[in-house]
Design a protein around this ligand. Structure first.
Ligand code: MTE
Ligand code: MO
Length: 546
């Protein structure tokens, strides 16, 4: 054959590369088909989401911390990208191996589909249909691979079979048939590029369409009801609570800027009409609430509360302030017979469960001590967005989100801390998570330049439940200077502050901030990492004056 056609050797080499490329193309088609199937079964069953979710649940704490510190809220995108890269590499190896072995596509697609199906079934929200996306995806990949391999001239798919080129192979094969060399290692570049390009384009379109459909239907659902007027409106925010300084976080965090922290790779899309909340456990009369039951309650309240994540590093962005509307949780619990431990109630832990299997443990005593613990239905004047827990989430002032703020809530169980460890506890986080007093410099940013002379230093400070009594700023480790506090809205909201730094000399300087609570507790300078119960230390930024 070599004498016959001098082009054969490079053709074989490129044919080999094409066979390897067939793998990722087929895998992409499989993923796209699985995403379409997941639009029907629910997004949690999509292989990427299911496998990623399993990875998130399995990674040890140091890896998770590293991911959060390094990638921040992009950690999910990094995980998805990593999974895609691993899948593409595996699929390329399978594609290359399939050149000479006809059984490889079946085995490869079967094994990957089985792994994805197992991951989907292992997810807490898995229904009986959870295996469908994986199986459909595997089948799609299995069907897409052979035509690509034939076009690549892979020996096992073209040689010997005689009819392989002409059976069931559409027009391109027929068109080139008359002058075709004897079946063998012939790389039909034009045909391969056409086939692979078409498969990739259809896959990308289908996957994007499926995801958009999922997001769209959820958005529609959250529009379908009007947020009721609360019986008890929020206390008006005093003039002067928002200093409106450029670079300083606004008093209310716009919903679209509100940090999002959760383990959900695919945002749960819940139909409020189908949703229910089960209240059960020890010392409670079991009840099931429909969404309407909560919406129609006469005792809805509106409250401003600053939510904070335990993973927030000192000076970090995982804190936000919003106006919530919801059902007072303590009242709802009392109606069902719950008494806090201080009144002899048998349960000291309230475990909230979400549709995606998250469990969060909150002290019953805290929920019932008079603070504004809510089953929130609204955020900043709108129904909760899907990302922030639609249709119902918890909000409990004074406790980190991992210990209080369960999103996509579906269950509330009265139990004890001895009897049950919530999700984060075996992963090395403290069972109880009161928020620590913290302060943050928002402007100037770390590493920013500033003109010599007067520099406006401003930020936020929080000490939920107690309130902020004082904020001080220090330049280059010198004396502490008192900052001016914005008006306080409530003890449960963060408080802005500003310090006018006069006579800033050219050169590099370090600015540090510390807060003192209304009770006189001074924020500690001792540095502690976020795990196990929240970071401490003073936020310090470097500024270059001149
Ligand atoms: N179902 C569910 N709820 C959850 C979480 C989660 O992973 N799953 N994360 C919690 C954590 S750690 C925090 S800090 C808050 C963040 O809420 P947000 O994303 O609305 O800001 O949600 C909490 N509720
Ligand atoms: Mo968190």
């Amino acid at each position: 054959m070599k004498q016959q056609n001098p082009q054969t050797a490079p053709a074989v080499r490129w044919g080999g590369a094409a066979a390897a490329a067939s793998g990722p193309v087929a895998a992409g088609a499989g993923l796209a088909a699985s995403e379409v199937a997941a639009a029907v079964t629910g997004p949690a069953a999509a292989p990427l989401t299911a496998v990623g979710g399993a990875v998130i649940d399995l990674v040890p704490r140091p890896v998770k911390e590293f991911a959060v510190q390094t990638f921040g809220t992009a950690d999910k995108a990094v995980l998805l990208g990593g999974m895609l890269a691993v899948l593409a590499a595996a699929a390329a190896l399978l594609g290359a191996a399939a050149r000479r072995r006809r059984w490889v596509p079946g085995l490869g697609a079967g094994a990957l589909a089985a792994a994805a199906a197992a991951a989907a079934l292992s997810r807490p929200e898995a229904g009986p249909l959870a295996v469908l996306p994986a199986l459909i995806g595997g089948a799609a990949a299995y069907l897409v691979l052979p035509p690509l391999l034939r076009a690549s001239g892979a020996p096992a798919w073209t040689a010997g079979a005689g009819g392989a080129e002409t059976t069931g192979d559409g027009t391109a094969g027929a068109a080139s048939a008359p002058e075709q060399p004897p079946p063998g290692e012939r790389f039909d570049r034009r045909r391969f590029v056409l086939l692979a390009g078409a498969a990739a384009a259809v896959s990308a379109g289908a996957a994007a369409g499926a995801r958009a459909y999922g997001a769209g239907s959820a958005a529609e659902q959250s529009m379908r009801f009007a947020l009721p007027r609360p019986a008890s409106p929020a206390r008006p925010v005093p003039d002067g609570a928002d200093l409106e300084i450029a670079g300083l976080a606004p008093f209310f965090t716009p919903t679209e800027d509100f940090y999002r922290i959760d383990t959900a790779l695919a945002v749960p899309r819940i139909d409020a009409g189908q949703w229910s909340l089960r209240l059960h456990g020890s010392g409670v009369r079991e009840r099931v609430f429909a969404f309407r039951d909560l919406l129609d309650r006469p005792d809805l309240v509106e409250r401003d509360t600053t939510l904070t994540c335990v993973s927030n590093p000192v000076g970090g962005p995982y804190a936000g302030n919003a106006r919530w509307i919801g059902v007072p949780l303590a009242a709802l619990l009392r109606e069902a017979g719950v008494r806090p431990p201080s009144e002899g109630g048998p349960a000291d832990q309230l475990v909230s469960r979400s549709s995606d299997g998250m469990t969060i443990g909150t002290p019953v005593e805290d929920v019932m001590d008079g603070r504004d613990a809510l089953l929130a239905l609204g955020m900043n004047g709108r129904p909760l967005p899907a990302e922030h827990g639609f249709p119902v989430r918890m909000v409990v002032p004074g406790l980190y989100g991992y210990a209080s703020a369960c999103k996509w809530l579906t269950g509330l169980e009265l139990t004890s801390f001895d009897a049950f460890d919530a999700y984060w506890v075996p992963r090395g986080w403290s069972a109880r998570g009161p928020i620590k007093v913290q302060s943050r410099i928002d402007t100037p940013r770390d590493g920013a330049g500033a003109g010599p002379g007067a520099v406006t230093v401003a930020g936020v400070a929080w000490a939920q439940r107690t309130g902020i009594g004082r904020v001080e700023v220090r330049v280059d480790g010198g004396a502490w200077h008192e900052a001016r506090l914005a008006e306080e809205a409530t003890a449960d909201t963060w408080r802005q502050w500003v310090y006018d730094w006069e006579g800033a000399e050219p050169g590099e300087h370090a600015l540090a901030v510390r807060a003192t609570t209304a009770d006189g507790e001074v924020q500690t300078a001792r540095e502690a990492p976020p795990a196990p119960d929240g970071a401490t230390g003073l936020h310090t930024v470097r500024v270059v004056v001149g």
